[in-house]
Design a protein around this ligand. Structure first.
Ligand SMILES: Cc1cc2nc3c(=O)[nH]c(=O)nc-3n(C[C@H](O)[C@H](O)[C@H](O)COP(=O)(O)OP(=O)(O)OC[C@H]3O[C@@H](n4cnc5c(N)ncnc54)[C@H](O)[C@@H]3O)c2cc1C
Length: 215
């Protein structure tokens, strides 16, 4: 049975960064991701300012695009903040996940793709973690001192299946991937746009109505 100091379950931005930092500090860490490839859960991107690129020492390879203008498009009004310089990036989440996993390996950490966490047994001096290969061909047991739950909102490690979880505050949004003409693309390619209001989210969302009442 393989043994690690820390097993991080979930290769998202949180899990990838935790395992990368631990590996860099010389901790014997294993990062486990249920999918075989980060291309399979490439559902999201993230607009942010430039500062976190330095703060987290991120490579340029994780940048999907740079933005310089900030535009907030409400149902009726539009607010624009224009700049001549780059102000931020939109991350490519697939590249970000890949980069963090690669960095974990670069610092002598370990990455196990295509293995799904299915349960744990807590012993007096260790935790036994059970993993199932994505194609269900084999089950693996791993011994560790610490398990980190980085499975996102699923919280698979902290809570057993069917166990009552504390309620989370939920917001909702809509993500569209749209194909546009070159002319439209050129017009918007360096703008970070937020669409707010009932024109875009019909009748709003719980998050929006709460925001409206408070402000
Ligand atoms: C459709 C959608 C669009 C989004 N758009 C944006 C956006 O535009 N900008 C933005 O900032 N945020 C966006 N988000 C939110 C963003 O994706 C999350 O905040 C971020 O991914 C959270 O990171 P995380 O590492 O905590 O969890 P996750 O990214 O959810 O990562 C969890 C990882 O754990 C793995 N996993 C789960 N269960 C197991 C298991 N049993 N065993 C092993 N591995 C497991 C998953 O495959 C995944 O890789 C979006 C989310 C969604 C769902």
């Amino acid at each position: 049975m393989k043994e690690y100091d820390v097993v991080v379950v979930g290769g998202g931005p949180a899990g990838g960064q935790v395992s990368r930092s631990l590996a860099k500090r010389g901790v014997n860490v294993l990062l486990v991701e249920k999918y075989n490839s980060f291309a399979l859960n490439n559902f999201s991107s993230a607009g942010m300012t430039l500062e976190p690129m330095d703060e987290f020492n991120l490579s340029e390879s994780v940048v999907g695009a740079y933005w310089k203008d900030l535009v907030i498009q409400c149902t009726k009004d539009i607010y624009t903040c224009e700049s001549t310089n780059k102000k931020g990036v939109v991350l490519n989440f697939q590249k970000l996940r890949e980069f963090l996993a690669e960095e974990t390996k670069k610092f002598d950490g370990n990455v196990l793709m295509g293995h799904k966490y299915i349960g744990k047994t807590i012993k007096e001096d260790c935790v036994l973690v059970s993993l199932l290969a994505y194609d269900k061909s084999r089950e693996v047991q791993i011994k560790t001192k610490l398990v980190v739950d980085a499975t996102g909102p699923l919280r698979k490690v902290m809570y057993n299946a069917n166990e009552q979880q504390p309620e989370m505050i939920l917001g909702s949004g809509t993500e569209y991937e749209i194909k546009v003409s070159q002319e439209i693309y050129d017009n918007y390619k360096d703008k970070l746009l937020f669409f707010l209001g009932h024109k875009w989210a019909i009748k709003g969302t719980p998050g929006f109505s709460q925001w409206r009442t408070e402000s």
